[in-house]
Design a binder for this molecule. Sequence first.
Ligand code: NDP
Length: 455
Amino acid sequence: MDFDLFVIGGGSAGVRCARISAGYGARVGIAEERHWGGTCVNIGCVPKKLLVQAGEYGGWADDAAGFGWTITKGEHDWGKLIAAKDREITRLEGIYRKLLSGAGATVFDGRAVFIDDHTVEVAGKRVTAEKIVIATGGYPERPPVPGAELGIVSDDAFFLKAMPRHVVMVGSGYIAVEFAGIFAALGAEVHLVYRQPLPLRGFDQDIRESMEEALRAQGIILHPGTTPAKVEADGDRRILTLGDGTTIATDLVFFATGRRANVAGLGLEKIGVELNAKNAVKVDEHLRTTVPHIYAMGDVTDRVNLTPVATAEGHALADTLFGGNPRSVNLRNVPSAVFTTPPLASVGLTEEEAAALGPVDIYLTRFTPMRHNLSGRGRKTTMKLVVDKGTQKVVGAHMLGEDAAEIIQGIAIAVIMGATKADFDRTIGIHPTAAEEFVTLRTRTRTTDLAKAAQ
Ligand code: NDP
C-alpha cells in the first residue's frame, strides 16, 4: 500500500484527521479538489463571520451618537470588504495546506474517486491505502421550484460583485437568518420567506420568539408561513412568486434551504459504502462505514453539521487508528451559535425537548443591555436556563443577545459537567456584564411538564 491512510476531502474533518495521523507517524495522503480548509474556511463560518462583523461596525457607528460622538457613517464599500475578506481567506487557506505538509502528509490537489475499496484515483494517479476516510462535506441545495437556478446559494454569496440593494432570503435556518442580518446591516432591504410560524425550527421557542423580534427590529421584512413557488427573471431583476400567488421583485433571491452530503461521483456504490435515508454516508458511533476499513466523518455523514464537531471527529479517528487511544466524540450537548445581529447561542436541551422527558424549572429573563439604554437602539437580550426539576441539573442554556456565542461557550462547560442550578447560584457574577445574569436568575418563571400532560 502507498499509504496507511488516505483522506478524501481537505475540510475541517479531513485536515485534522490527516495532520494528527501523520503526527503519529502514519503515512498519510490527502486530496482536496477545491479549496483547503473546506466550506468553513472558504465559503462558510469564517468569511460569514467577517461579513457579520462588517455589519456590526455600521450599528456601532449609529450607536456612538448616544455616547457623545459625532460620526458620519457614509456609504459601505462592498468591493473593499470582499477584497479584504479574500486576502484573509487566501492567507488561511495557505496555512491549512502548510499545516498538512509540515506534518508530513502528502497533499494532492484534485478530485479523488474510488477505483476499488483500497484504491483511489486522484490527479491522474492511482494510489492505494490501508484505510480510507471520506470527508467530502456538503453543498447547499436549491428547493425544487421552477427557476430556482435564477437564485443564488451561500457558495455564491461570498463573491457577489456588488452589494444587492434588495434581497429575498428563502428559509429560516442558520444560513438564512445570518445572511438576512448581514445584508440588512449593510443597508439592503431584506425579506425573509419561510414556511414555519417562527424562524429557526429546532431552537427553543422563547429564543425563536426573541429572534423574530430581533429580525423585525433590524428592519427585516418577515413572511412566515410562506413557501417559494417560482422564480423568474426580468432583466437583472428577479421576481419571486410565493405559494399564495403574491410576488416580490428583488435584486437577489438567496436560497438557504438546507445542505446535502457530497457523495455524488465518488464511486461509493461500487465499493459497498452505503448511504442512509438522507443520502449521506451511513456510519456507526466509531465513524465506520459499511466497509470495515473505510470511515466517514463531518458533513458527509449529515448528523451534527458543525465545524467543531468535524474537527473533533477527525482528531478522535486519528487517535483511534494511529494514536493508541480509541475514542469517539459525544454528540450530546454540542453548543452552537447563530451569528445574527445580535447573535443567538445555546447548549443542551430546549424547554420542549427537556419537558418531554420530565418536569423542568424554567428561568427566563429579558432586558435591555446597558449599552443600549444610551444608544437607543432598542435591542433586547433574552437568557434562559432549563433545569431538570428532579435533579436540579441545568440541562439547557439559551441566549439571544450581544456576545451570546462567547458567553455560552463557557456555560457549555458547566452544562457538560452536570452543574446544578445551585452551582450556578453560588457562582459570583462579574459586574457589570450581561453574562452575570446567568448566575443571578433567582426567580423561577414557570415549571413545565409536557410528559405529564401527554399521559
Ligand atoms: P437548515 O437545515 O438549518 O435550514 C434549512 C431551512 O430551509 C429551514 O428553514 C427549512 O424550513 C427551509 N427549507 C428547506 N427546504 C425548503 C423548501 N423546499 N421550501 C422552503 N423552505 C425550505 O439549513 P441551512 O442551509 O441554514 O444550514 C445548513 C447547516 O449548516 C445547518 O443546519 C448547520 O448545521 C450548518 N450551519 C451552521 C452555522 C453556525 O454554526 N453558525 C452557520 C451556517 C450553517 P423548515 O424549518 O420548515 O424545514
